[in-house]
Design a protein around this ligand. Structure first.
Ligand SMILES: NC(=O)c1ccc[n+]([C@@H]2O[C@H](COP(=O)([O-])OP(=O)(O)OC[C@H]3O[C@@H](n4cnc5c(N)ncnc54)[C@H](OP(=O)(O)O)[C@@H]3O)[C@@H](O)[C@H]2O)c1
Length: 182
């Protein structure tokens, strides 16, 4: 299956592309470095030809409020119609757990804007959410210290932030099981 990973050359995208290839998929990493730009639309039509799935793991180069909002809104405005035109069957995007409960953060507002644009488009979608129990599952020896006053993407968080809320959707695979196989 041809799967285009937009933002496929960096932190999350690179790992994803490697795993998709290892499982036999034709995974294509796309980013400005390979001539594909979601802000201008350059290269999108070409790279999406024949793709069944698109995974969007792009990120804004600037986290300044207006810049990050513009990045996620403009990229969705260019990417989703290009996918529809190319006949892409599914759009996958990586969101942030609890972003809707952190409206003081410009970054989280931008992620919500991205989610809204995806929901409003015609391409079927999945928005994955990343939990953060990564260090202990990876047996990372670094000590974790906490400070309730530290801001996360410019906003205060508490023990209800970045969690799935009152009615979580429970999947059969637990994060720790998944991490232990990755
Ligand atoms: N990292 C986390 O812990 C985390 C947690 C939850 C959610 N997420 C979400 O996951 C996504 C990816 O995060 P990340 O940490 O992997 O980001 P990252 O390492 O900064 O990678 C961002 C990617 O976006 C590409 N990109 C930037 N501008 C672009 C443009 N105009 N057109 C096309 N591609 C462009 C970059 O291309 P180049 O390689 O050419 O520079 C890069 O490959 C983000 O949407 C983020 O909100 C991340």
């Amino acid at each position: 299956m041809k799967i285009v990973v937009i933002g496929g050359n960096r932190l999350i995208g690179r790992k994803l592309v490697n795993r998709l290839r290892a499982s036999g998929n034709d995974a294509v990493a796309a980013s400005p470095a390979s001539g594909v730009d979601v802000l201008t639309g350059a290269g999108l039509a070409e790279v999406l030809k024949g793709a069944q799935v698109v995974v969007d793991v792009t990120n804004s180069p600037s986290f300044e409020d207006a810049a990050v909002l513009n990045f996620f809104q403009t990229s969705a405005r260019n990417l989703l119609p290009a996918e529809a035109a190319a006949g892409v069957g599914h759009h996958v995007a990586l969101s942030v757990v609890g972003a809707d409960r952190l409206p003081e953060s410009g970054y989280m507002r931008a992620k919500i804007a991205q989610e809204k644009a995806i929901k409003a488009a015609t391409v079927p979608y999945t928005m994955d959410e990343l939990a953060r129990r990564f260090l202990s599952a990876k047996r990372d020896p670094r000590e974790v210290s906490t400070d309730v006053n530290v801001r996360y993407y410019g906003t205060e968080v508490d023990d209800r932030s970045l969690t799935p809320g009152e009615n979580p959707r429970i999947a059969p695979t637990r994060l720790e099981d998944w991490l232990s196989h990755s």
